[in-house]
Design a protein around this ligand. Structure first.
Ligand SMILES: Cc1cc2nc3c(=O)[nH]c(=O)nc-3n(C[C@H](O)[C@H](O)[C@H](O)COP(=O)(O)OP(=O)(O)OC[C@H]3O[C@@H](n4cnc5c(N)ncnc54)[C@H](O)[C@@H]3O)c2cc1C
Ligand SMILES: NC(=O)c1ccc[n+]([C@@H]2O[C@H](COP(=O)([O-])OP(=O)(O)OC[C@H]3O[C@@H](n4cnc5c(N)ncnc54)[C@H](OP(=O)(O)O)[C@@H]3O)[C@@H](O)[C@H]2O)c1
Length: 459
């Protein structure tokens, strides 16, 4: 049995490993010449231990029956129909790379950016290396109260000496070293009890070398609904977050040169600047109050009063969003591949034989790396059950060598696992003299050149 997995992020690698354990040969595809998805292009560079999970994926890649096809974009280079012609099962694990928008005036002014782009830029994603971010502002506002918001806030105030030994893209190291940002305001639309931070990430904000964390005690006064919810239903994470924030509110500032300030119950209504296209000069927010929604969840509703926060940089960190690829059934409202428990299905629920989905594009852009392991296992269990019931696809051209020939003709710059290993080696060699784990290649041409050297060597 032969399977294709599209997307070499955590979900793709876990699914690949589990499929191989179940006896499948697996071809793992990625649009980039490099594997590992958001572990390489999302996880903050000052968290190198988290990136060490790639060693697990390398073990998967070393197993017999595994092939990596990098630099192949589903929907551009190859089509869904071509995959169905060649594989008994296809798992789509291509993540949710786009950003959500606020839909407010001024969102596209110079100085207002999506955190998704900023993250990809400082992590050397080749599609974002040419982006420019004006970091000339003294105050930055980061909209959103999730862990990505914490990551970008931290990146803006880390000391250049702390960033220097990381694998942050060289262009970002230079830009961040000359940035003027002294204060980052983290803005939540709901209250402290509803913040989506996890405890270690929130705690880390209180341990920054160069920045004080600042919380006005008034920001932590809980409304009746939140107070009751915290007492009765809240997760331990939410309870602990409120405790950590309470401790922050009691801290006297220690006089560090930078600040991260947390403000709650405010939604942006406009990003301000001169004229229609002038650079960001501030953000107008409306104060919110918390109310129980129809489904019982506590939601933010505007309470009327508006205020302006002067700033020169706005990063909206309000979640990722999936995009449709080719004609794979897509739920536009949720921004996900339409599926039932991992089986891709049509709008009427009819399953698409031999097509499956895993990771963020299956369940939405939430959860840590490990969450994708169980998620992939659930999907692979469906594939195994369908195999036993003879309900997988019956491809017309499943020959292993013919697939390699077809791809090599279609994508002349195809990158194999050996090609990636050559890129990896070059990056590590570039980093070693500077005590850095790697200096990432940021241009596709350079990646392909490194991969090509591996090909010439093996030929
Ligand atoms: C900024 C950020 C920081 C994070 N930090 C942490 C952390 O510190 N710790 C933690 O546990 N979790 C962290 N996470 C969460 C973790 O990264 C995700 O849970 C995980 O990466 C989701 O895995 P995935 O495989 O579904 O998607 P992804 O990791 O996004 O992988 C999808 C892959 O598909 C490829 N692809 C996309 N489109 C195509 C196409 N058309 N054809 C072929 N390939 C395609 C992409 O190049 C990518 O390699 C972070 C997330 C973000 C956004
Ligand atoms: N170190 C780590 O472990 C790490 C690091 C980064 C990311 N991750 C994980 O990756 C996943 C994605 O993280 P994320 O931060 O992108 O998403 P997230 O955790 O879902 O947080 C998104 C935030 O944006 C807010 N938001 C959404 N729409 C908004 C709007 N229109 N206006 C104002 N605020 C809005 C949300 O508020 P509401 O709650 O009110 O909707 C929420 O605070 C999470 O599971 C996260 O834990 C983990």
């Amino acid at each position: 049995m032969r399977a294709a997995v599209i997307g070499a992020g955590p979900a793709g690698f876990y699914a690949t490993d589990q499929l191989m354990t179940a006896g499948f040969e697996v071809d793992l595809y990625d649009v980039l010449p490099t594997p590992f998805g958001l572990v390489r292009a999302g996880v903050a560079p000052d968290h190198p231990k988290i990136k060490a999970v790639t060693r697990v994926y390398e073990k998967t890649a070393a197993k017999p029956g595994f092939r990596f096809f990098g630099g192949v974009e589903l929907g551009e280079d190859i089509s869904r129909a071509e995959l169905r012609d060649r594989y008994h099962a296809v798992i789509y694990a291509f993540g949710t790379a786009s950003d959500n928008r606020l839909g407010i005036p001024g969102e596209d002014r110079p100085g207002s950016y999506a955190a998704t782009e900023f993250v990809a830029w400082y992590n050397a994603h080749p599609h974002f290396s040419e982006h420019e971010f004006d970091l000339n502002a003294q105050r930055a506002v980061v909209i959103g109260n999730g862990n990505v918001a914490v990551d970008v806030a931290r990146m803006l105030v880390l000391d250049p000496d702390e960033l220097a030994p990381t694998d942050t893209a060289d262009h970002a190291l230079a830009a961040l070293a000359s940035a003027n940002v002294e204060e980052v305001v983290l803005l939540g639309r709901r209250g402290p009890a509803q913040a989506a931070f996890t405890n270690p990430e929130l705690r880390e904000l209180g341990e920054l070398q160069r920045a004080d964390v600042v919380v006005d005690p008034a920001e932590l006064e809980l409304d009746e609904h939140s107070a009751r919810w915290l007492e009765t239903e809240a997760s331990n994470t939410a309870k602990k977050n409120v405790e950590i924030l309470t401790e922050y509110a009691q801290r006297p500032p220690s006089g560090k040169g930078h600040r991260v300030s947390l403000k709650f119950l405010r939604s942006p209504v406009a990003i301000l600047g001169k004229g229609d296209e002038g650079a960001v000069t501030g953000i107008r927010v409306v104060r919110n109050r918390i109310e129980p929604g129809e489904n019982g969840a506590l939601r933010a509703v505007p309470a009327g009063a508006e205020e302006e926060i002067a700033c020169g940089l706005v990063l909206r960190s309000i979640g990722y969003r999936g995009e449709p690829v080719d004609d794979i059934p897509f739920d536009e409202r949720r921004g996900l591949i339409r599926n039932e428990g991992g089986r891709v299905c049509e709008e009427d629920g009819a399953p698409c034989r031999g097509e499956y989905v895993a990771g963020w594009i299956k369940r939405g852009p939430s959860g840590v790396i490990g969450t994708n392991k169980k998620d992939a296992a659930d999907t692979v269990a469906k594939i195994v059950a369908d195999a036993e019931a003879c309900a997988l696809a019956e491809p017309e051209q499943p020959d292993r060598d013919a697939i390699a020939t077809w791809l090599a003709e279609r994508v002349p710059a195809l990158v194999t696992w050996e090609g990636w290993q050559a890129i990896d080696e070059q990056e590590r060699e570039q980093g070693a003299p500077h005590g850095r784990p790697r200096v990432k290649l940021v241009r596709l041409e350079d990646m392909h050149a490194a991969a090509q050297r591996a090909r010439s060597f093996s030929a």
